[in-house]
Every structure is written in structure tokens, then in C-alpha cells.
Design a protein around this ligand. Structure first.
Ligand SMILES: Nc1ncnc2c1ncn2[C@@H]1O[C@H](COP(=O)(O)OP(=O)(O)OP(=O)(O)O)[C@@H](O)[C@H]1O
Ligand SMILES: [Mg+2]
Length: 261
């Protein structure tokens, strides 16, 4: 499965990306990609600060070596299809069967502009999404505007996280439109932090039946874990079972033979 997790700020994208990565790792290798410049997927996966991988976009020597970028002569010249196949192994950190890669920030000079860092990240995304057999889960920055067609084209589904509140629903509706514009066909909504049936019903009324693929309960142990700087591997049966049900629903809707069995 190649999944991108999107949604309004704070709805639980990183939490869900980490929990789903954990669940998927029972059925095969998983690469979890922190694609949020202000990301904290490492913490959600329980990787201590000293082991957090360096962001790829910030590796100046590597970017220069792969793209041959030179700042001399008549403007900036660089390769648009750099070699990246070795990067996932070299620069990811293992967290109990889930390998974490951190992309970092790319300064794009404007719409459609490409820089050497962007070329490396684009090639890396395409490699992970189109050539690597592992499950890949992308934890995205809030919103969707930054998501390029390069990453969109290889994603099997986009998971749009909402919480019980109309503001996150409005963002999800906006994301749906943007996703269609960049060619993503499959978008599923996950309702997170649900405390009671009324909240769930209120959110379900906002979307097509087919669109909502899962509900995750509000979990006090999960909130406490974040407060104490611990990972999402919390002892909360209701939450973990809901993640499992979501994983199975995704596998079945996407026609993947996955699931821990
Ligand atoms: N089901 C849940 N139950 C309780 N707390 C939750 C749940 N899901 C997420 N949280 C908490 O909500 C907060 C925001 O979660 P998270 O960081 O995953 O959101 P995000 O969408 O990635 O945020 P950002 O937009 O800043 O990247 C965290 O404190 C997290 O522990
Ligand atoms: Mg996040």
C-alpha cells in the first residue's frame, strides 16, 4: 500500500501515519516518510532525538553529488533525474520494523519551479512509490497545496483525517477538490478523536457514505503518551483495534492482499 495522510493541522495525521505504519509492518516492510517540514513522525514512532535521521533536503553535498548542481556560468544547471535508489537504505532509521525517512523542507522559488533539492525529493518519492515493493506511508504537511503531481501519481490512496469539528471537515472538502485536480482518484476520510456516537454521526452526514473508511476513538492514553513524549504504541485496545479495522478496510478497498492474517 502506498498511502498519503493529509488533513487540517492537529487532526492526527502523524498519529495515524505512525499507528498505521506499525499495523502494516506486521505484514511486510514499511517505509514511513515524514514529508512535513515541521514533522515529528520520529517521535510518534518512538525514535529518540539522537537517532532521528537528517532531512534529505538539507544534505547539501549529497544533493550536489546526485544532481551535479553547479552555480556557475549561465545560471543553475542540474540533473532532473538523479540516482536515488540507495537513499532509503542509507538514510532511514529503523523503528521496530518501520523505517523512517525524513524529507525536510524544499524552498520552491515559485509555482512550477524546480531546484536541485526538489529534483532529488521528487525522484526519491517516485522511487518509493513506483519501484520499491514495501508499504509506504507519507505523513504530509497540513493542507495539500504543497503536494506535487510527482508524489500524487504513485499514491494508491489519500487518507484525509478529520476530527469532530466543521473546520476540519471544510479542510477535507477543500483537499478532496485539490486531490482530484492533481489526479488522485482514491480519497478516504478517517474520523479521528471520536468520543461518542453523536460526533461520529454528525461527521458522517458531511460526506458520501463510501468516502468514510474508518473511525478512531479519542484515546486518553494516546494523548498522555504525546504529553510524555512517548510513541503511539499505547496500551489502548479500542484504539489499536480501530487502527486494525481501518487497515483491513483499506486493504480490502484497494484490493491489496495485506493484513497480518
Ligand atoms: N485518537 C486520538 N485520541 C487522543 N488524542 C489524539 C488522537 N489522535 C491524535 N491525538 C493527539 O492530537 C494531537 C495532534 O496529533 P498529531 O500530531 O498526530 O496531528 P497532526 O495532524 O499530525 O498535526 P500537525 O498538523 O501539527 O502535523 C497530539 O497531541 C496527539 O497525541
Ligand atoms: Mg503531524
Amino acid at each position: 500500500m502506498k498511502l498519503a495522510v493529509v488533513g487540517k493541522g492537529g487532526v492526527g495525521k502523524t498519529t495515524l501515519a505512525a499507528a498505521l505504519a506499525r499495523w502494516l509492518s506486521r505484514s511486510g516492510p514499511v517505509v514511513a516518510v515524514d514529508a512535513d517540514p515541521d514533522g515529528n513522525l520520529a517521535a510518534a514512532l518512538g525514535i529518540p532525538p539522537e537517532r532521528v535521521p537528517e532531512p534529505i533536503a538539507g544534505m547539501r553535498d549529497l544533493i550536489r553529488e546526485r544532481t551535479g548542481a553547479r552555480d556557475e556560468g549561465a545560471g543553475l544547471m542540474f540533473k532532473l533525474n538523479p540516482e536515488v535508489a540507495d537513499l532509503p537504505d542509507r538514510f532511514s532509521v529503523d523503528a521496530g520494523g518501520v523505517r523512517l525517512l525524513v524529507l525536510g523542507t524544499v524552498e520552491l522559488g515559485g509555482k512550477g519551479c524546480m531546484c536541485p533539492e526538489g529534483a532529488v525529493l521528487k525522484a526519491l518519492m517516485q522511487h518509493l512509490l513506483l519501484r520499491v515493493p514495501d508499504h509506504v506511508i507519507l505523513d504530509m504537511e497540513a493542507g495539500l497545496e504543497h503536494m506535487g503531481r510527482a508524489s500524487a501519481s504513485g499514491v494508491d490512496a489519500m487518507i484525509s483525517v478529520v476530527e469532530p469539528g466543521m473546520r476540519s471537515v471544510q479542510t477535507a472538502v477543500r483537499i478532496q477538490k485539490l486531490a482530484r485536480d492533481i489526479g488522485i482518484q482514491r480519497i478516504f476520510v478517517v474520523v479521528n478523536k471520536v468520543s461518542d456516537a453523536n460526533q461520529r454521526e454528525a461527521i458522517l452526514r458531511c460526506f458520501d457514505n463510501q468516502l468514510v473508511i474508518g473511525t478512531l476513538p479519542f484515546s486518553a492514553p494516546l494523548a498522555r503518551a504525546d504529553l510524555e513524549g512517548r510513541s503511539v504504541d499505547v496500551d489502548d485496545r479500542a484504539f489499536q483495534e480501530a487502527v486494525g479495522r481501518l487497515g483491513e478496510a483499506l486493504a480490502s478497498r484497494l484490493g491489496c492482499g495485506t493484513g497480518p492474517g
